[in-house]
Design a protein around this ligand. Sequence first.
Ligand SMILES: Cc1cc2nc3c(=O)[nH]c(=O)nc-3n(C[C@H](O)[C@H](O)[C@H](O)COP(=O)(O)O)c2cc1C
Length: 181
Amino acid sequence: MDQSSIAAVLGKIDFEVFVLTAADRDRRNGQIVCWVMPATIVPQVPRVIVGVGRMSYTRELIEASRKFALNLLAKDQWSWVSHFGFRSGRQVDKFATVPFERGITGSPLLSGIVGYLECEVRSVLDGGAHLFYLADVLEGTLVADRDPLRLHQLFEVLPPEDIETMKRLLEQDIPRDLSLL
Ligand SMILES: Cc1cc2nc3c(=O)[nH]c(=O)nc-3n(C[C@H](O)[C@H](O)[C@H](O)COP(=O)(O)O)c2cc1C
């Protein structure tokens, strides 16, 4: 296996950047996710698949409520990447200073986003380090018809210290994930 040529192909795949949110009773949280994919072609039965890290606090809330929301970030909302993606809600209340509304699933909905999807879990594939949630989309709203933020753009729009942090976190997470695969 040639790891670098595999990485070169995988590196051609870009992803939109979302804040995945969930709530269970008085707990609420959100994290950055990029692994989001539509999972039907049938408009009457919209579904998505989302890959969520085993250790994430948001996943704990999804397991409890079986519901979540996907907030699709706009290109100018890059500052949410460090806020929701660099630390865990187990250490800090990420919504303490962030205005939000609650959707029909009780999950937080952010302002200024391109749109959101509210979802209910149907089944789960255990990939070891990540769990892949197949979910019915219960409701969705296009809030503003703007360009979404994409993973590859982060290297252009994030401040250099955030790019360094992102690389450092990735290097920390790889050995942990390897032990879970
Ligand atoms: C650009 C970026 C993309 C990410 N994509 C995912 C993803 O697709 N799935 C995932 O589980 N975590 C992803 N993460 C990591 C989580 O957002 C991160 O581990 C977060 O701190 C978990 O927060 P929580 O413990 O409060 O839920 C990503 C992080 C960044 C910075």
